[in-house]
Design a protein around this ligand. Structure first.
Ligand code: NAD
Length: 325
């Protein structure tokens, strides 16, 4: 099996490539990544170079995409602009990469008759009230931010290409990921590295926003399961029943790092901040037999804290730039 992984030098894409090498050592992987500020080839260190090809390039570039898709059996499409705060300041790269880039991938898989798995997010569904049932595959789309609206747009393109052109694609919508190799601009690594640099981490508003946390390795195993066993044309939710308020996550992080649970600062809330996300992954569990490994959030968070402690060289260089931004 030869797979093309777009965005494979990013957080979840690189976790997925590590997972594939550990589970399917005979597969060969080509990564197409533009190496934006969020991509880092260091994330791929230690992988068997004889089965790995890295191409620096843009998913919006028709020729590059076409030639790489032609030479693979399946595409797993992670590449995206992914940070909500960045999308509020500068939406254009989100429209370009998330919408136009996905269009180029779709046209190439259509032309060459290749299998596609498209990675999306639960943010396309908007947010939930506290007592609402969780998101399912049938929840109507209701995105809030330039990030989630461009991801919603990319999902719609995939659905249309399946229906109109018979493209052999599946889609997954996953909840918030945590784990190694996550950029320090994101909530959990930002808190951990603030504490490691002896500063108080910051909390948006009252911290009552709820996110449904899943370890990136569990996201990866969900994607591999869908790629191998998923039904063409279907959408699958990926989630591990990890709903927590941001305040709970912050307090647990402080506790695990030996700090007082109140040692943080509250700052003005993010505009349009979604209240709650929650994923019902019953379809993936019952139809494809998938199960997450990290069912205890505290264990996964502790392992993630340890990774950032042990890999200071990996995050130090990006930290100052991320905080300045
Ligand atoms: P990330 O920002 O860490 O990585 C994105 C990667 O894509 C980077 O390596 C970047 O260089 C690359 N990239 C960006 N624009 C590109 C372009 N035009 N051409 C080629 N490569 C490009 O993102 P992530 O957190 O790893 O997210 C990966 C995917 O998973 C995204 O599609 C995102 O929407 C989805 N997702 C993320 C989460 C989460 O919690 N982070 C949750 C659910 C779904």
């Amino acid at each position: 099996m030869r797979i093309l992984v777009t965005g494979g030098a990013g957080f979840i894409g690189s976790n997925f490539v590590h997972y594939v090498f550990s589970q399917r050592p005979d597969w060969s992987v080509t990564i197409l990544d533009k190496l934006t500020y969020a991509g880092n080839q260091e994330n791929l260190k230690g992988l068997d170079a004889s089965n790995l090809k890295f191409v620096k390039g843009d998913i919006c570039d028709e020729q590059t995409v076409d030639s790489l898709v032609k030479d693979c059996d399946a595409v797993v499409h992670f590449a995206a602009e992914s940070h909500v705060d960045n999308s509020l300041h500068s939406p254009w790269p989100f429209v370009q990469t998330n919408v136009v880039g996905t269009y180029q991938i779709l046209e190439a898989v259509r032309k060459h008759g290749k299998r596609l798995h498209h990675i999306s997010t639960d943010e396309v569904y908007g947010d939930l009230e506290l007592n609402d049932p969780k998101f399912t595959e049938d929840t109507p789309y209701n995105p809030s931010s330039p990030y989630s609206s461009t991801k919603a747009g990319s999902d719609m393109l995939v659905r249309a290409w399946i229906r109109s052109f018979g493209v052999k694609a599946t889609i997954s919508n996953c909840s918030n990921n945590y784990g190694p190799y996550q950029h320090v601009e994101k909530f959990i690594p930002r808190m951990i590295t603030e504490v490691l640099e002896d500063r108080k981490p910051k909390l948006y508003g009252q911290g009552q926003n709820i996110r449904d946390w899943i370890h990136a390795e569990d996201h990866s195993s969900g994607v591999l399961t869908i790629l191998e066993k998923g039904k063409i044309g279907e959408t699958y939710m990926i989630g591990a029943n990890g709903e927590k308020t941001n305040k709970q996550v912050l307090e647990l992080t402080l506790e695990l790092m030996g700090k007082d649970a109140t040692a943080y600062e509250q700052v003005a809330d993010r505009p349009g901040h979604d209240l709650r996300y929650g994923i019902d992954a019953s379809k993936l569990r019952s139809e494809l037999g998938w199960q997450p490994k990290y069912t205890d959030f505290k264990t996964g968070l502790k392992a993630t804290i340890d990774w950032y402690k042990q890999n200071e060289a990996w995050w130090k260089s990006q930290k100052a730039a991320a905080e300045a931004k």
